[in-house]
Design a protein around this ligand. Structure first.
Ligand SMILES: O=C[C@H](O)[C@H](O)[C@H](O)COP(=O)(O)O
Length: 228
């Protein structure tokens, strides 16, 4: 058992018969999907939406029935990893490029459970580069606007010698903020920019964080206003 596995497996315990479930993306979400797949193999009846093509393939491998948004109004639960988690349970996500689908799924779920190994817990967000998803059309102008507003390094995400393209056909620029003093404010500012599709700050969205440790222990944190 490693720390990511501990967190992923523990979160899978929230999944109950009849639920609709959002499946996250990344190396921690992998373990949650693996465990849920095992539970489905043992007779658990759920329907799921995956947040990336990679997680869709993983779900299919475990015979987890997949649905689309038109099949359901909201999800009961979503389980996903994070790149950083602060003490208020604000997150940076999108290291794997899946931030847009992940945020859509998270905000349309009754409970959003974040799974993270303990190294992801930080006092202040921003050491991890903040992914910002850009519309490819005239992205150079959006990038120029970002640079004029924020005096920090911006790095277009690459795949080999090509610009990285998300599952939604967009680009990602990673912003090296170092420290983000006011994640809610930055989130609103970025969201209001034309050309920015989405960004990796998840503020006030997580209700539960499951922290995993190498010895297999887990620690659960609930958002103060969460009544779920
Ligand atoms: O786009 C990727 C997602 O936001 C991931 O959940 C995040 O990057 C954490 O990934 P991992 O569990 O592999 O560290």
């Amino acid at each position: 058992m490693n720390a990511k596995q501990a967190a992923g497996y523990r979160a899978a315990e929230w999944v109950k018969d009849g639920m609709t479930v959002g499946l996250g993306t990344g190396s921690t979400a992998y373990y949650a999907i693996e465990k849920i797949g095992e539970m489905v193999g043992n007779g658990l009846q759920i329907r799921a939406i995956a947040t990336s093509k990679a997680s869709e393939e993983l779900a299919a491998k475990y015979h987890i029935p997949l649905i689309e948004a038109k099949d359901v109004d909201r999800l009961d639960l979503a389980i996903d990893g994070a790149d950083e988690v602060d003490p208020q349970m604000a997150l940076i996500k999108g290291g794997g490029g899946a931030l847009l689908r992940e945020k859509l799924v998270a905000i349309n779920s009754d409970r959003f459970i974040v799974i993270a190994d303990h190294s992801k817990m930080v006092p202040t967000l921003g050491r991890f580069k903040l992914p910002i998803e850009l519309v490819p059309f005239c992205y150079e102008w959006t990038l120029r606007e970002l640079k004029s507003r924020y005096d920090v390094p911006f790095e277009m995400r690459m795949q080999g010698d090509q610009l990285y393209v998300t599952d939604n056909g967009n680009y990602i620029v990673d912003a090296v903020f170092g420290q983000i003093a006011d994640p809610a404010r930055l989130s609103d500012e970025l969201k209001a920019m034309t050309g920015v599709v989405e960004h990796g700050l998840f503020v006030g969205i997580a209700q539960t964080v499951v922290i995993g440790y190498e010895d297999g222990r887990t620690e659960i944190k609930e958002a103060p206003c969460s009544n779920q």
